[in-house]
Write a protein that binds this ligand. Structure first.
Ligand SMILES: [Zn+2]
Length: 124
């Protein structure tokens, strides 16, 4: 991937992460309001970092998505973004566009999918 594409992907990933965090914050605020009297104080939370307590309000799928997004951002920092983590071939741009947090090429993903004990490390 050229640096421009990687930068665009990074922006998309950061945005996806913020959306997930927003959802978590809303769910957290709701749970606080339901559970206690008073207004929940979530104003101090950094929008760039996850608060574990807030994250607990996400579904398993959302938490996994957050982890996938973080992993993709790490791969960008490490300069290996867009490369399959298994065969190290470049993942087709179309796939990265649809799933910017893809870790494997289609072929490897399918192989991993057929291996039952690799749950959690596949792209879905
Ligand atoms: Zn591969």
């Amino acid at each position: 991937m050229d640096p421009e594409e990687v930068e665009l992907a990074r922006q998309r990933l950061v945005q996806m992460r913020e959306e997930l965090l927003d959802e978590a914050e809303r769910a957290y605020a709701e749970s606080q309001t339901l559970g206690k009297d008073g207004v929940p104080d979530i104003g101090d939370m950094s929008s760039n970092s996850y608060n574990q307590e807030v994250l607990m309000n996400l579904s398993n799928a959302q938490r996994r998505a957050a982890a996938d997004i973080d992993a993709a951002l790490e791969r960008i920092d490490g300069g290996v973004y867009g490369l399959c983590a298994r065969c190290e071939e470049e993942i087709p741009a179309r796939r990265m566009e649809v799933r910017p947090f893809s870790r494997y090429c289609v072929e490897c993903n399918q192989k991993l999918k057929s291996t039952a004990n690799n749950q959690g490390f596949i792209d879905g």
